[in-house]
Write a protein that binds this ligand. Sequence first.
Ligand code: SF4
Ligand code: SF4
Length: 133
Amino acid sequence: MAEVQRLGGQSCAYYQRGRCTRTQNPKASALAKCELLEARRKVGAETLDRLERLKRLADPEDREVARRHVIQKNLTAINRLSCAGYVPARNDGPLCVHQHLSFCLLRLPECEGRCEHYLRRRQFSEAGWVGRS
Ligand code: SF4
Ligand code: SF4
């Protein structure tokens, strides 16, 4: 008997470079986040918190010295962060080629062809938007 093959999912709105970006559940979404981005966010939030606390310093010069120190510490901490799968999207940029929004495509499931959640991607043509409304 002939094997029935699924159509490819390339035209699905959730399809990104072979992966399915459709949210499965909150836990799976959390596990699929880009760890480098999350770590940078955490360092950034700590830096903002420190900078906020500097406002308590009465002397403007002390404040400026402390501000530079905090910013330098932030840069050092950010530069130390790494991810084994990181591949720069551009030669000099911080973005990883595997990053999609806040997710890591490598951590998302592969699209194995059109499934019941398939959602036709909208495309713009001279006649206007086609696909889902
Ligand atoms: S491989 Fe890239 S996108 Fe994935 S977690 Fe690492 S840095 Fe983030
Ligand atoms: S066809 Fe299904 S598995 Fe493939 S990207 Fe779309 S929703 Fe995900």
